[in-house]
Design a protein around this ligand. Sequence first.
Ligand SMILES: Nc1ncnc2c1ncn2[C@@H]1O[C@H](COP(=O)(O)OP(=O)(O)OP(=O)(O)O)[C@@H](O)[C@H]1O
Length: 515
Amino acid sequence: MASFVYTWENLTYSVDRVEGVFWKPKKSQRLIIDNVSGNAFSGSLIAIMGESGCGKTTFLKLISAQMKGGGILKMNGRVITGAILRHNSIYLQQNDVFFENLTLDEHIRFMAAMSLKKHSEQRNMEASTLLKNLSLEKSKHVKIKHLSGGEKRKLSLASNLLLDPFILFCDEPTSGLDSFNAISMVKTLERLTETGKLIFMTVHQPSSQIFDLFSNIILLSSNGKIIFQGTTDNAKSFFETQQIICPHSYNPSDFYIKNLSIKSEIDEKRINSMLQYYKEHYEVKINFSEAEYDGIQLKYRENKKSFFFEINWLIWRVFILLGRNIREYYSGLLVNMIAAVIIGIIYSKVTLTDASSVQNIQGVLLLVVSELIFHQLCQNLYTFPQEIDVFVQEKALYTSLPYYLSKIVSLIPFALIHSGGFLLIYFIFLPFLTKIDLFLEMMLILFVTCLSGSSLGLCLSAIFSSLESINLFLVPFQLVCLVLSGLWFIGLILIKLEIVRETVAQHALKMAQRY
Ligand SMILES: Nc1ncnc2c1ncn2[C@@H]1O[C@H](COP(=O)(O)OP(=O)(O)OP(=O)(O)O)[C@@H](O)[C@H]1O
């Protein structure tokens, strides 16, 4: 990988602060990152440290262009946009999100297929080399939900490395890990720098053993300034010049962080004079000569995969996940079948002999359709709120249409089983249902009804951002639908709704992708 130098200049970030009572709010600005500049060379691992709440994550998000603030970013001396940086780097967030029921191998195969534009054999070879390098091979067939915290972090790293980024921004990759796994994680990152990657990681109170693994650090003070950036050896000498000498028995990171916290005006003055000293004696200013570095080719990640390739892999993943949740589906189906048997028994005496039976038949049909739609709607209601984090995380890998269609395709077999099972029970119990052509006709209507119910569920789940808001909406919505029972009954209206739903859901997913 070509060598490069990455620079950030005058980065600033502030948030609105509202104080006072709500009818008389006092608005002010709180500066979180205060005009910081610096640079970093390819092939290095830089640990960002500071006390809790000092702005490490905010700083990481600013230098990775995940968040917009004031200031500029440069690569080899040239100003770059946030978009091009995001296409050439990865941001590993603190909380990994996965489809936890996939195995490690299935997840990495999916990610490799979506990330690499190569033949399957080559792809599998690259993925397994990566797993080997990250010591994940032994857990290949373990479900993600059963992996250890450390393995999950490494898996997240592996999935992102498939995109072959120049820069990695890792937000607390060691948090929640025991010391063995934390050390192994830092060593893994350190090894990755040998390939020329530049890695930034935030770290909260690293142990001495972990601190010893770092050669480059950035120290943030609690007023959002970079007080020191450079090697750990230089940090030691810098603090010594300030008469701050770390005792032998003390963890250096704890010691530095303690000395950077601001509790009073005196502390603030001390920190400002340290900053002044750092700028005069330690800050590295690059008189940039482009000739010193090979030009690196920053490129937008192109999505060269075909629509069918994407949908194929997405359907593959959806069906694996459905297979893993099949028990839940069966238990839902069983409860529905029991309800169908009860309805069947209640209406088993209904015949076509008098006028009142027409009302009874309408009643039973309304129950059948309501039951089917309601069940399908509820089953799909949580789909997008549950998956939205993974979807947003994978936004660089595929477009929203194949993702959405893969969900729709996965509904078809279940809708067939459900409507078929329901109808069979009613044909056993209801004496007015006898003919095979009636069975087939009703089967078709119930199948479409099932799909409409599922689609309505998916529509609601795509519109609302949280499960709580869906629940708030659902109760009055159901009531209106039941009171105007025709709404349940007229499948055609729902089919029309599906067209609206498709448009709305697509729109919602696009918005989520943009976010
Ligand atoms: N959108 C926001 N609105 C208001 N305050 C914010 C916002 N984002 C961050 N902050 C505040 O900015 C400060 C820095 O937050 P940040 O998450 O960057 O700290 P940190 O150093 O990463 O903390 P930790 O080590 O505990 O994860 C915190 O005090 C936080 O409350």
